[in-house]
Design a protein around this ligand. Structure first.
Ligand SMILES: Nc1ncnc2c1ncn2[C@@H]1O[C@H](COP(=O)(O)OP(=O)(O)OP(=O)(O)O)[C@@H](O)[C@H]1O
Length: 471
């Protein structure tokens, strides 16, 4: 049987295949794939262990029954998730489950390891947080859950949602669940004392900071019940992060009573990933792949357009587009500055664009920037300004393309075309983030004639139609 290491797999440039793969390359592994059409397909289980497949299969089938009957999050979670958390979830306004929550929660709450694979903005965060709250014990003074995220921005967002849901309940005797954000750029010295003196129940961490704490043995994985890796494909594909992630997963694999959850809207070559999970013991062998909307990787309410112009006409084209669209709130994605342009002493393309937008009449008073080169405080300030409501134009690099939840965003503009289909999917997914809304959201790519072919490739890989527009 062919065997790939994760590094080999993820250093290859990934292409996202929307069609199910015709062959299972790993006939000896037991993979359980659960899709929205409620069919549970199990790839033939090992001859070595035939009974395990049937046990897991019947267990997951009965869970599907629960999901079919439940119309509220409470019905799905009652008996597993503490009541004060469920009340808080309802107060916040989450009553009906989204598709991924309906599909995944029965699997997660039964303790299975799980790969949550569903469209952007589909509510994967709430699914894994509810599952996490069902296993942690706030009476114990130990870190019992770690949520790994690729960026500080996503970490702050997840921490905020976790804290809102676990806010101190009114009833006496019920402990609030403490959540620590252990993120790059944070005050690690302060966190060290906090971890030693009064360990939080949950830690939301970027890999750099998490590994520092693990190496210094300020944090150990022994008391852990659940490890969640959000945007897992991004982390595996990041040369800076992949080796740390593999180390964490390897140490965690020796923990008894553990649950592992991976989440992303894109898991290219997911069968290989599942196989690696089992073979490398990142998950238990009965890991379930919850794959929602496998044939439609992007939300259908996104409308995709493109506009062709020469490279140096793009700034004026963008201004004309903004004038005609008059977006309430928009994100304009710009590519990273090339080495050539840096060496030539040119300013970063984001700064040039910001200057242009601030001096032009775009009808939008708040023009903000989010990119890697900014200091962490300025990055946080940009995000919090957008979250205060009102209208904004955000100029951003791909730093903003993963996980960032700004539900007010109605328009996405690709000022530079993303490098690949996966990046297109995540950029486009920064809009259309209200699960039960039919509001039209628009994704527009400004391309040169030579880039038309690349965009067409994205259309084929992600199964969507991009309509040409003229101004
Ligand atoms: N049951 C629900 N009812 C209403 N809104 C919900 C529900 N669950 C989640 N949401 C909202 O949906 C939005 C998207 O959720 P979330 O950020 O979890 O998406 P995601 O699946 O993680 O997306 P991405 O892959 O882009 O990170 C959030 O604004 C969240 O508050």
């Amino acid at each position: 049987m062919a065997c790939f290491s994760a590094t080999q797999l993820y250093s290859l440039s990934w292409t996202l295949s929307a069609k199910p793969r015709p062959l299972n390359p790993y006939p000896n592994s037991s993979l359980f794939v659960k899709c929205t059409n409620r069919t549970l397909s199990t790839v033939p289980s090992p001859i070595r262990c035939p009974s395990r497949a049937s046990i897991v299969s019947s267990c997951v089938s009965s869970e599907i029954g629960i999901a079919e009957r439940a119309s509220t999050l409470r019905e799905l979670c009652e008996g597993h998730v503490p009541d004060h958390i469920l009340r808080r979830v309802e107060e916040v306004g989450f009553v009906a489950p989204t598709d991924v929550q309906r599909e995944a929660l029965p699997v997660l709450l039964s303790g299975h390891d799980c790969i949550l694979h569903a469209q952007t903005g589909s509510g994967k965060t709430l699914a894994y947080l509810l599952s996490m709250f069902s296993v942690v014990n706030t009476q114990r003074s130990a870190v019992q859950a770690v949520i790994v995220v690729p960026t500080r921005e996503l970490g702050m967002q997840v921490t905020k949602v976790a804290r809102v849901l676990s806010a101190k309940p009114a009833e006496p005797g019920v402990e609030a669940c403490s959540v620590m954000a252990l993120l790059d750029g944070g005050m690690l010295r302060r966190h060290k004392s906090w971890l030693k003196a009064e360990p939080p129940t949950v830690v939301v961490a970027t890999l750099g900071s998490l590994c520092q704490m693990l190496e210094k043995q300020i944090l150990t994985l022994e008391s852990m019940r659940v490890l969640i890796i959000d945007e897992v494909d991004f982390i595996f594909n990041s040369p800076k992060q992949v080796s740390s992630l593999r180390k964490v997963l390897m140490s965690y694999s020796s923990i008894k009573n553990r649950q592992t959850i991976f989440a992303s809207a894109s898991i290219p070559h997911h069968r290989r990933f599942l196989h690696d999970c089992i073979q490398q013991k990142w998950t238990k062998a009965d890991v379930v792949h919850v794959h929602v909307n496998p044939v439609e990787p992007m939300p259908s309410r996104l409308h995709h357009r493109f506009l062709i112009c020469d490279k140096d006409e793009r700034p004026q084209t963008l201004l004309s587009l903004l004038k005609s669209d008059a977006p309430q709130s928009a994100i304009i994605f710009v590519g990273e500055q090339s080495e050539k342009s840096k060496k030539a002493g040119q300013g970063p393309p984001t700064t040039l664009l910001i200057d242009l937008l601030r001096t032009s009449d775009t009808g939008c008073s708040d023009v903000l920037l989010l990119e890697e080169d900014m200091n962490f405080n300025s990055r946080a300030a940009s995000l919090s300004e957008m979250r205060q409501g009102g209208s904004y134009l955000l100029v951003a690099t791909d730093l903003a393309s993963r996980g960032v939840d700004l539900p007010e965003t109605t328009h996405i503009y690709n000022f530079d075309l993303p490098k690949n289909a996966v990046d297109y999917l995540h950029r486009a997914g920064r809009t259309g983030r209200r699960p039960f809304s039919d509001d039209k959201c628009i994704v527009t790519s400004i391309i040169t004639p030579e880039e038309r072919f690349a965009l067409q490739r994205f259309e084929n890989e992600l199964v969507f139609n991009c309509a040409e527009m003229v101004l």
